[in-house]
Design a binder for this molecule. Structure first.
Ligand SMILES: C[S@@+](CC[C@H](N)C(=O)[O-])C[C@H]1O[C@@H](n2cnc3c(N)ncnc32)[C@H](O)[C@@H]1O
Length: 274
């Protein structure tokens, strides 16, 4: 393995360890890691990952009331379902599914004829999500362990690929977009909420392990994401930065100048129809 591959593995391990700590933190300890509090608090097992309330991200009270306890870990940065336009019977893949938050909401929208598959690489997270599905009676949701750079899925199985605050984390985002393209059916859609960079990140942000695991330090620039989506052969690429996200991103790293460089955005793209 060359130095670059070793560095990618090291970064993945930093992220995996941080989310393992989030998953194993006592639920509700210090008012977090259960249903997310209304304001961010440094918590989550000391992982340095601060939850954002789902109301603040635009989820409806009705959606939130329909979720099994434990599914909402407060780890999103927007609402990909707001742009996914899910239809009854569709197959949805969620990249970095966490406790299953968006998977369960997607499952309600696609109905029993549809199917949702959540992928996550952190064993402690993947171990919890199926229990949430059982608690909520979701027979059409399954969770698979795996890296989103190497999806454990066949070609052309998904109508829609969603993701919430995850693609900023892996070191090789181009590979993630190629994989999303591979598993989509022709005409399939990509609907993502993620943290993106509006300017080149300074070294003190890029090299800070807590900021990397906290969805900031490894965020890609908007132009680079558009180029990666284009190179993966996606069309109709749209990136919509959300100004209001700066208020919670500021809370993620108090006293640091992160909002000079980072914002959450909704990202859409389409795999051309055959
Ligand atoms: C910020 S959390 C978001 C979780 C979920 N999407 C939500 O909104 O609650 C990031 C999640 O992505 C997972 N993750 C990070 N990098 C990953 C990768 N390369 N492959 C698969 N999962 C990954 C982590 O284990 C964690 O569960």
């Amino acid at each position: 393995m060359n130095d670059r591959e070793l560095e990618k593995d090291r970064l993945r391990e930093v992220v995996r360890n941080a989310y393992a700590r989030v998953a194993t933190a006592a639920p509700q300890a210090a008012g977090c890691c259960g249903p997310a509090p209304s304001s961010a608090t440094a918590c989550c097992g000391g992982a340095g990952i601060n939850p954002v309330s789902a109301e603040r991200l635009g989820y409806s009270a009705e959606d939130l009331a329909s979720l099994p306890e434990g599914a909402n870990m407060g780890l999103g940065c927007g609402n990909p379902l707001a742009i996914a336009a899910l239809q009854t019977g569709e197959v949805v893949v969620d990249l970095g599914a966490g406790g299953g938050f968006d998977c369960f909401l997607a499952a309600r929208r696609v109905g029993p004829e549809g199917r949702v598959i959540g992928i996550d690489m952190t064993p402690e997270i993947v171990a919890k999500a199926p229990a949430n599905a059982v608690k909520g009676g979701f027979g059409n949701v399954e969770f698979r362990p795996g890296e989103i750079e190497h999806l454990p899925l066949a070609d052309g199985v998904a109508d829609v690929v969603i993701s919430n605050c995850v693609i900023n984390l892996p070191p090789d985002k181009a590979q993630v977009f190629r994989e999303a393209f591979r598993v989509l059916k022709p005409g399939g859609r990509l609907a993502i909420s993620d943290v993106v960079a509006t300017a080149s990140l300074p070294a003190e942000i890029r090299q800070d392990a807590a900021l990397i695991a906290g969805c900031m330090g490894n965020a890609a620039e908007i132009g680079d994401i558009e180029a990666m989506l284009g190179a993966a052969e996606f069309v109709a690429v749209s990136m919509r930065p959300k100004d209001e996200s700066k208020s919670f991103i500021r809370d993620w790293a108090p006293g640091r100048s992160v909002t000079d460089f980072l914002i959450a955005a909704l990202i859409e793209a389409v795999k051309p129809a055959a």
